[in-house]
Design a protein around this ligand. Structure first.
Ligand code: BG6
Length: 314
């Protein structure tokens, strides 16, 4: 069933389904057979597949009870990132039920051109306002492009009479063949805060990031082009190319064996099949005056692993 809020190319299909907990999910498809699935629970992108049906996002096999969302996909962290504040871990947005945005304010054409997309909206409930007393509108457009690329555009608007401050992240669990086979390029020589060393600041000296132990860093990047990070998975012949706008930080995380074992929602050895690379705005949170709006955009494309990331001009 097509929803009135969805404007899509006639060759592209949009389908509504329900998950095992009865929560609505929206499946976006492009004419070549790629798909993306978005849940109203948390506004979370829970699946993103190419035309052959290969899944690009990791999802844990351990299912958790609503309103908590399953570990995996791409979750929206708002208004707090991780444990950097007094709110619940990663903020409350990812554990709330969103609605479809029937009439979103217009976005530039590049946010939807030739694509299939859905607009979601989160407004604070009375309970949310008790723990975070700021009225906001958080809009999310999830867009599946003709080439199968996935673009997430978030907008936060201050609709109170006072300024407020928030952090934001797209907590993105990418599916990989084996974490030991993964290389991340585009963060060389950048400064980072190491969450495993009390958020101490270091400068990356290495060539590219590889993994052989727990990894939890917040990379601080200058805002502005090229804003590209590449995640290379040689074994699976796949390169994720991540582009960001308005998101100056990149979080790279893998819990490794010991921490993963202590997580109730992570299957045995599943840490090997994921890496989180989050486009984020955390180190310098955003302050919005009354009536102001902030936009953060994340685009992920997937290229064959023979792809030479040098061509990306980091
Ligand atoms: O378990 P969550 O809330 O999904 O977060 C997992 C991890 O997410 C990462 O982005 C953080 O840097 C980590 O510190 C955190 O542990």
């Amino acid at each position: 069933m097509a929803h009135p809020a969805v404007v899509s190319d006639c060759k592209m299909a949009i389908e509504w389904v329900k998950d095992s907990k009865g929560i609505d999910q929206i499946v976006l498809r492009n004419p070549r057979g790629a798909s993306a699935k978005v849940s109203l629970q948390g506004g979370q992108v829970i699946s993103w597949r190419n035309a052959r049906g290969d899944e690009y996002l990791f999802n844990s096999s351990k299912v958790v009870k609503a309103p908590k969302v399953n570990r995996g996909g791409i979750a929206i962290c708002f208004p707090q990132f991780s444990d950097c504040g007094s709110l619940e871990q990663q903020g409350f947005a990812r554990n709330k039920l969103w609605i479809v945005d029937e009439a979103p304010p217009p976005l530039p054409a590049k946010s939807s051109n030739g694509s299939s997309f859905i607009d979601l909206l989160l407004k604070p409930s009375k309970e949310d306002l008790k723990i975070w007393p700021h009225s906001f509108e958080l809009r999310l457009r999830v867009c599946l492009g003709l080439n199968g690329n996935l673009t997430l555009t978030s907008r936060v608007r201050n609709i109170t009479g006072k300024p407020f401050r928030f952090s934001f992240a797209y907590h993105s669990y990418l599916s990989v063949s084996d974490i030991s086979e993964v290389r991340i390029e585009g963060l060389e020589t950048m400064d980072y805060l190491d969450n495993l060393c009390k958020k101490e600041r270091f400068t990356d000296q290495g060539d590219a990031i590889t993994f052989e132990a727990e990894f939890d860093r917040l990379y601080l990047l200058p805002l502005g082009p090229p804003n590209i990070v590449a995640v290379l998975d040689h074994q699976r012949r796949r390169t994720y190319v991540i582009r960001r706008e308005g998101l100056s930080d990149v979080v790279v995380w893998n819990p490794w064996a010991k921490k993963a074992k202590a997580m109730a929602d992570m299957g045995v050895d599943e840490y090997r099949r994921m890496v989180c690379v989050d486009g984020a705005k955390v180190a310098n949170p955003i302050t919005l005056k009354p009536g102001e709006e902030w936009t953060g955009r994340l685009e992920i494309t997937v290229a064959p692993s023979s792809f030479n990331s040098e061509g990306l001009c980091f």
